[in-house]
Design a protein around this ligand. Structure first.
Ligand code: FMN
Length: 146
């Protein structure tokens, strides 16, 4: 069974809720998935995982300059190398995700071998059918694009 790790950073609760849905969906698709808070994740957890999904709430000026929160950036800078793993991003938001995924990528660029093509977003913290389809092609290796 492929090992997946769903690492979330939530200010209130919505990104955690989305992580829960992703974790559940991965388990339904026969992945050995574990969901964990950004605060609790250990380097070994990441090293052991083949799939790493990183979630953060969208911070910005609502219509521009979206970016992951400073705490997420701090923790992300301490992550072990992610090369050779399947890495995806997810976020919850209210108006626009704008530059959010670009900025998440920018913060991890040195640890990644290739662009992150799985970018999941949700306004209501639920996983839409579109999101589920993107996860499907991501785990089956077809490469998900939006
Ligand atoms: C300081 C602050 C800035 C935010 N900026 C944006 C933004 O630029 N775009 C957006 O769509 N939502 C923005 N939001 C809304 C949050 O992204 C949204 O409520 C998110 O779902 C919160 O996730 P959480 O419950 O996991 O903390 C902002 C919220 C806060 C508190």
């Amino acid at each position: 069974m492929m090992k997946a790790l769903v690492i979330y950073y939530s200010k209130t609760v919505r990104t955690r809720q989305m992580a829960l849905e992703i974790d559940k969906y991965l388990k339904e698709n026969n992945l050995d998935s574990k969901m964990i808070s950004l605060y609790d994740v250990q380097p070994e957890d990441i090293i052991q995982a083949e799939i790493v999904l990183l979630g953060c709430w969208t911070s910005g000026l609502f219509f521009l300059l979206q970016h992951p929160d400073r705490t997420w950036k701090e923790y992300a800078s301490k992550f072990p190398d992610l090369k050779g793993k399947k890495v995806g991003f997810f976020t919850t938001y209210l108006t626009l995700t704008g530059s959010m995924f670009r900025n998440m990528y920018k913060n991890l660029k040195d640890k990644l071998a290739e662009p992150v093509t799985l970018n999941l977003k949700s306004r209501n913290a639920k996983l839409s059918d579109d999101n589920k389809a993107l996860i499907q092609s991501f785990i089956s290796g077809e490469g998900a694009t939006i």
